[in-house]
Ligand binder design. Structure first.
Ligand SMILES: *Cc1c(COP(=O)(O)O)cnc(C)c1O
Length: 368
């Protein structure tokens, strides 16, 4: 491990490539891959990851919000970018930056058509989002007839994609529900082909859909978490390599006696002679207080050291009793020696949340 002086999030582009190839090996050669780079590419770095994914062969990128998509356009990236959750207020930017909206309700569709008409824009590409059971965003199957009448009576938007989202693709106890979602999506897909347009990309699978449900891969898959090296179950996890490693250093070591306490509100009290290491990393860096008080562990000299007491804003303390370590030693929070899943020993959260929350205060370092 390189000698680092501070807290870093090291992003391994070789692992990204490995994970991309895992996704690729799970779809047919004609199936396109959309690289999901929302939320700073799951807490890593939007531009570096986006550019690398384009080099690796994704046909599309996806972001959550318009502002996220604009970052890519400003960098001169012209790959189609789907915006999952465009907001009506940002419509002028959507058009100006040539971002592709996900259309999830009639209100948005009608406003968009009106805005495009006013600007005399025709055939603006959009993806239509269907709700097949997630009940978050999207049109229901019962909306299909109304969708047809709106879409076939205008020239301003062109449907280039039809998609939906699986709620439980990585959950083996919900296979029947996933199958039901696939069936509903197929109903919508056939309706669109027959009644609206024959030339669109159908996509349903997220990472788990891709890895665990081959029948859900259609014309394109939307890969997010798997690209960053995490699966939603142990079989998926075996295939993947975590891309991001969070490391820091020991700032101070201290011996404490029985009954001495550590940190705010004295939440940790030593039962015996204990060695405490203080790390320059806290909840302002994205290590939530939920990980305090023994709920998570870090790796020092190859050994597990649990977090003791409450996590502070800028620091946290770990119990290193019996570990042969010194001030300045490198500490791995998650990455190569333990994954984000292993860090979170009490499963208080999921890798998605942990990795997307590493704050901008932590410097990003790239390796290949
Ligand atoms: C975030 C997101 C994805 C990616 O999901 P993963 O589980 O990270 O692969 C795909 N589709 C939509 C609509 C999303 O919001």
């Amino acid at each position: 491990m390189p000698k680092l002086k501070e807290t870093n999030l090291t992003i391994d582009l070789t692992a990204l490539k490995h994970n991309f190839n895992v996704i690729k090996s799970h779809v047919s050669p004609s199936t396109q891959i959309m690289g999901v780079v929302k939320a700073f590419a799951y807490g890593t770095d939007s531009i570096v990851i986006g550019e690398k994914l384009i080099e690796l062969g994704v046909s599309h990128l996806a972001v959550a919000y318009i502002e996220e998509g604009m970052r890519f356009r400003r960098r001169g990236i012209n790959t189609p970018i789907l915006v999952f959750y465009p907001q009506l207020e940002d419509l002028p930017k959507l058009i100006k930056y040539n971002l592709t909206p996900s259309i999830y309700n009639f209100r948005f569709l009608e406003k968009l058509i009106k805005g495009l008409k006013r600007r005399k824009i025709q055939k603006f590409p959009v993806h239509i989002k269907m709700n097949t059971g997630m009940n978050r965003l999207g049109f229901d199957l019962s909306d299909l007839a109304s969708l047809k009448s709106i879409l076939t009576n205008q020239v301003n938007v062109e449907v280039v994609g039809l998609f939906s989202h699986l709620s439980s693709a990585g959950n083996s106890e919900e296979v029947d529900f996933t199958k039901e979602q696939i069936k509903k999506f197929n109903t919508a897909r056939h309706f669109f082909k027959k009644e609206i347009t024959s030339n669109f990309i159908a996509h349903l699978a997220n990472s788990s859909g891709t890895l665990s449900h081959p029948e859900a891969t259609f014309d394109m898959v939307r890969a997010g978490i798997a690209l960053y090296g995490y699966g939603n179950n142990s079989q998926e996890q075996l295939l993947l390599k975590p891309v991001a490693s969070l490391t820091t250093v020991i700032t101070q070591l201290r011996e404490i006696s029985p009954r001495a306490s550590v940190g705010y509100d004295r939440n940790f009290k030593a039962q015996k002679d204990t060695t405490i290491a203080t790390l320059p990393l806290g909840y302002a860096d994205g290590i939530s207080r939920i990980y305090g008080n023994g709920n998570a562990q870090v790796i020092i000299q190859g050994q597990k050291a649990p977090i003791v007491g409450n996590v502070c804003m800028d620091t946290l303390m770990v119990d290193v009793t019996g570990i042969n370590c010194k001030e300045g030693d490198v500490v791995e929070v998650f990455g190569k020696q333990q994954s984000a899943i292993e860090f979170d020993i009490k499963a208080q959260s999921i890798p998605y949340e942990l990795i997307t929350r590493i704050s901008r205060r932590v410097s990003r370092v790239f390796t290949e």
